[in-house]
Design a protein around this ligand. Structure first.
Ligand code: CUA
Length: 339
């Protein structure tokens, strides 16, 4: 398979970025030509010995002309700023149904985990015309995932999640590379983004070695680490129920409200003393030395699955299905879960 050139635009966002780029090139070229022409024209007209009229321009054109061109160019550049910025901000709008793919960077490779459980190294397979959301983190230093044909680039940092989202509109094999100097083999920390038609992607997924989906793998990690000992609805230890937690607003003991997103779940596992949920004692130990980045990805996928509709969710560690999707308040955790 040949890899498409960097010039290919493989998403609507990439086309928008190219549009901005070419408009800026045209405007800059026109202004450069105008300035060059004026320099040449004035050099001739006002050369030594010429009889051209000299003196302030305002004598001939008046103030209005000067104000006119100043204001016109100001609005032109404000328009360009608004247009380019709104294009760029549009890349941050992620549709709720976007397909999530986890990427863990380490010196010097990209480890990728598909939602269906398939694992890849230095390759990301994605279906065409489906919104994709990459959830990325690093195991060591700062890396940066660069997808030139999507015109997207994002730092990948240790200790936190960053995101990239795009909707590929063109099938093909595209470059994927690290764009932040990260050590000896930074230059070879590259791979391929493979955009396939939806049926091809389904076929590819089915051809991967059997693996549980991420949420099920996370459920196994959840049990293996003993999380269910405290967080199962039937547990006698007063720990927050995790059903319906993802995406919800959580009141903290110090009066703050936080949203239970990936970063919050991650911090709660690694730095449990950072955000204590109102009404609970800070008794949870840190799992910093017990979990790998891959385990975290699985655990968070499992916790998320507890928040989706009952049929999409994985049964909780206690082995019972969740009765409904209504979020429970931390105070009435036992009411929100089946007894
Ligand atoms: Cu990783 Cu440069």
């Amino acid at each position: 398979m040949t890899i498409d050139s960097f010039m290919t635009a493989a998403s609507d966002y990439a086309n928008a970025v190219d549009g901005t780029f070419w408009v800026l090139v045209v405007i800059s070229s026109l202004i450069t030509l105008l300035v060059a022409a004026l320099i040449a024209g004035f050099s001739l007209r006002y050369r030594r010995g010429s009889t051209a009229r000299r003196g302030p321009l305002s004598e001939r054109f008046g103030r209005d002309v000067e104000i006119g061109w100043t204001v016109a160019t100001l609005f032109l550049f404000l328009f360009i700023f608004w247009w380019a910025a709104s294009n760029q901000l549009s890349a941050l709008n992620v549709p709720a149904h976007a397909m999530e793919i986890h990427v863990v960077a380490k010196q010097w490779m990209w480890r990728v985990q598909q939602p269906g459980g398939a694992r890849e190294i230095n390759e990301i397979h994605v279906p065409e015309n489906v919104p994709i959301r990459l959830v990325m983190t690093s195991e060591d230093v700062i890396h940066d995932l660069f997808l030139p044909t999507m015109r997207l680039k994002q730092d990948v940092l240790p200790g936190r999640y960053t995101y990239l989202s795009f909707t590929p509109t063109k099938t093909g094999v595209f470059h994927l590379t690290c764009a932040e100097y990260c050590g000896t083999d930074h230059s070879v920390m590259a791979g391929r983004l493979v955009v396939m038609t939806a049926p091809d992607y389904a076929r590819w997924t089915n051809a991967q070695p059997e693996a549980d989906d991420l949420a099920h793998q996370g459920e196994a990690v959840f049990s293996a680490l003993g999380c269910s000992g405290c967080h199962a609805p039937t547990s006698s230890i007063h720990a927050p129920d995790l059903h319906g937690l993802y995406g919800r607003a959580v009141p903290l003991a110090d009066g703050r409200m936080v949203t239970a997103d990936e970063a919050y779940l991650r911090d709660s596992i690694l730095l449990p003393a950072k955000d204590i949920v109102a009404g609970y004692a800070p008794i949870m130990p840190s799992f910093r030395s017990a979990v790998t980045e891959d385990d975290l990805v699985k655990l968070i996928a499992y916790l998320k699955s507890l928040s989706s509709s009952p049929d999409a969710g994985v049964s909780p560690a206690s082995g019972k299905e969740r009765a409904g999707g209504t979020p429970a308040l931390p105070g009435d955790r036992r009411m929100g879960a089946p007894q």
